[in-house]
Ligand binder design. Sequence first.
Ligand SMILES: [Zn+2]
Length: 366
Amino acid sequence: MSNDVDSFSRSYAQARDKFRAAVDAAGGALEVFEHPGRGPDGEALTTDVAWVGPRTDRALVLISGTHGVEGYCGSGAQIDWLRRGGAANASVGVLLIHAINPHGFAWTRRVNEDNVDLNRNWVDFPPRLSSNPDYAELADDLCPAQWTPEAQKSTTERLLAWRAARGDRAFQKAVSIGQYSHPLGLFYGGKEPSWSRRTQSAIFRKHLAGARRVAVIDYHTGLGPEGYAERLSTDAPGTAEFARASCWYGAAVTSTKIADATQAGEKSASEDVTGDNLIGSAKLLPGAEFTGIAFEVGTAPILEVMQALRADAWLHAYGDPNSEAGRTIESRMRSAFYRETDFWKGMVAGQSLLTIRQAIAGLMRE
Ligand SMILES: [Zn+2]
């Protein structure tokens, strides 16, 4: 086990070791779900789960690694909260789910072992959004079969021309709301429930069947100003769910359901996507009052993030992750979703501690 003072990690394997040690020190019981795949160094992959605090009908769920590599953020936040004695002060049960997508975390990818974006996978299959025509129009340029400097230049120029003609939001929407037609492409939702979705469903069934009031914080990175954590709701302003989230978390709450800045409330940095984890989690708990947010921390400019995702898709569809070019792409992915600075980690830890405190206070309200 690592004694590293930093709650954040340098690899998936180190993150898991630190998480297990922190759970042990906090007196929590650890449960391990084995993934069938392996990491790049042949390492075993697991989702690790711990319950701390009292068993009542109120629970807070902290999920890291829905988007693989983004797990560096959520893992660090979970470990930091445990190390600072959060468990001893928790007046509700806290269910920690570490690395729900361990394959993506270990391979420095946002997607899972099948190139599936878990936040587009929580749909009823076959999905309602079976075609996304704007994505199809862009697909060959987003994920070309060649990733030479010339191919990068020409495809990027065409993408930017499309964006200039149709607008920033239309572009972000076309690319990111989800698609089910291009398995090697970006933001692909898959063709069946993923291992991670099935595992999370089993964890919820086991631990939350009797819960009447549940809050979920799902940790993400890659959108918004560097270091700032948007508390992103998938509920529309005017709903009881959004009102409750705003009451607990204040002005940091945004909604993916706000179409533009002319409406009251704050538009989220994310588009209104199909099949995300929060909507899926709420459906697993039909008898509970559900308050879910994504804790979305900014890292790098959006174009830098998109170029990293395009390179990663190419690498795993056509390239060799063990080549020098592969390692360069991997390090770009890492820095697009994880800023390894004291400032950024401090921002994550501080905002996370506050958000957890607010969630527990909200759950305790009469
Ligand atoms: Zn994410």
